[in-house]
Write a protein that binds this ligand. Structure first.
Ligand code: BJ8
Length: 424
């Protein structure tokens, strides 16, 4: 299978062994993990195994694989044509030297990683994809997709995302959603029917509902699940089968509800509760959560696309025609508050709401180095934190481990400021 997918076997084996060690150290060493995390451990162990086999099988059944990089790409449309939707963002410093032959050194780590994984022959997901959907969000991604289209020999389809959520922006976006639907119909030879669209809307909403449920359970003190584990569930949401994933998240939530009832937590009650806000953390980017939780705090939420922004709002399923369904899809996706929009005040309201709901004692703003939209918005997020009187820490980092010591020192100093027992 790997040969057919044109994977660099030696480098791939090396990567899997590094990842498996990191997973053991960061994940399997955690104490009091819920039983329900066993499924997600399994999925991670098979991320370059059984899941790829499943996708290859789906392709044999003539289903198309659609790779995405952004939570703006409507999954409902992919499911309406029986497609398999896979998130392609990467969270590890892999293939950087190779990537830098195509893109500048000073590029955000997320872009460098997806380019690196591909050009170093390490990403079976990109290899199986029939279509790769890019978007005009930040400048880095927008320009990188032109190059990615060349290295993938023309697989990239770019959706234009407006910069403003005004009437013109909404019209533009609604047309883009329809253009994407048409592209999917052409690619698959299938027509999107009302029945299929409704079924897909339900499937994706069920997934969102399960993730919303998980998010709300983290409001308890003590939190019934670690931030690391919740982050992992969110990361897995981008490449697992959606129905199976939803069932497993709900099973996990059943267990967490019991924990909340009995007051069982992953750590002691009253330790500092941290809300992380900013750039997305694609798998296997566990760095900041590991530092914060390794320093005696618990991460209770992620205002991020690998987190709340991905599931905070549901799609209104109450539509009676395909046209109406498309409009509702366009409207729902415009409720995602990415820093690529200007102005983006709704994101600040989300942070305020999440901070209150999750009883956060501190907000850590996370921006990947060279991610201008989020680095810039840190200024306004700090003002929001000041307004609601929640201590604030601003972090800019990449995927390397070189600054781990320095970050740990800063996080520990921040936790000292917060002080223990704020909500005990
Ligand atoms: S909706 S956050 S998933 S664009 S980290 S590549 S922004 S320089 S990922 Fe994103 Fe969609 Fe927005 Fe969400 Fe650019 Fe920043 Fe890199 Fe980023």
């Amino acid at each position: 299978m790997w040969k057919d997918l044109d994977i660099n076997l030696a480098a791939h084996n090396g990567l899997l062994s590094v990842l498996s060690d990191a997973y053991k150290n960061i994940y399997l060493s955690q104490k009091k993990r819920p039983e329900g995390m066993k499924y997600f451990d399994f999925v991670v162990s098979e991320v370059h195994g059984l899941r790829i086999e499943e996708i290859v099988e789906a392709k044999k059944e003539k289903r198309k694989v659609i790779g995405t990089f952004c939570v703006y790409v409507p999954e409902e449309l992919v499911l309406s044509v029986d497609g398999v939707c896979i998130g392609l963002c990467a969270g590890a410093e892999v293939g950087s030297d190779e990537a830098e032959k195509y893109i500048p050194r000073n590029t955000c780590a997320l872009i460098k990683a997806f380019m690196g994984f591909k050009v170093a022959g390490l990403c079976p997901y990109v290899q199986t994809a029939d279509l790769i959907v890019g978007e005009t969000t930040c400048d880095g991604k927008k320009k990188a997709y032109e190059i990615f289209n060349e290295v993938t020999k023309g697989k990239v389809f770019v959706m234009e995302i407006p910069n403003k959520k005004d009437e013109d922006g909404r019209k533009l976006w609604s047309n883009e959603v329809k253009r994407f639907a048409k592209k999917l119909e052409e690619l698959t030879g299938k027509t999107i029917t009302l029945e299929k669209l409704k079924e897909a809307a339900k499937t994706v909403n069920e997934k969102r509902k399960a993730l919303q449920r998980l998010s709300m359970l983290r409001a308890s003190d003590p939190s019934p699940i670690s931030g690391l584990d919740a982050l992992l569930v969110n990361q897995v949401s981008f490449y697992d089968d959606p129905r199976r994933f939803t069932a497993k998240v709900n099973e996990l939530c059943d267990e967490l509800e019991q924990r909340v009832k009995s007051g069982t937590g992953v750590a002691e009650k009253g330790i500092p509760r941290i809300l992380i806000s900013g750039s997305p953390m694609a798998i296997p980017n566990w760095k900041l959560h590991a530092i914060i939780e390794g320093s005696g705090a618990t991460v209770v939420g992620e205002e991020s696309c690998v987190g709340e922004r991905n599931f905070r709002t549901s799609l209104d399923e109450n539509f009676t025609s395909i046209e109406e369904g498309m409009e509702k899809i366009a409207a729902r996706y415009l409720t995602i508050n990415c820093a690529c929009f200007t102005p983006n005040v709704e994101r600040l309201t989300d942070i305020e709401d999440m901070s209150r709901q999750l009883k956060a004692d501190g907000i850590v703003h996370y921006a990947i180095q060279f991610c201008t939209p989020y680095m810039m918005e840190a200024f306004k997020v700090k003002k929001t934190a000041d307004k609601i009187n929640v201590p604030f820490l601003r972090i800019e980092t990449d995927y390397s481990m070189e600054d781990m010591g320095q970050l740990k020192t800063r996080v520990e100093a921040f936790l000292e400021v917060i002080g223990k027992g704020a909500h005990a």
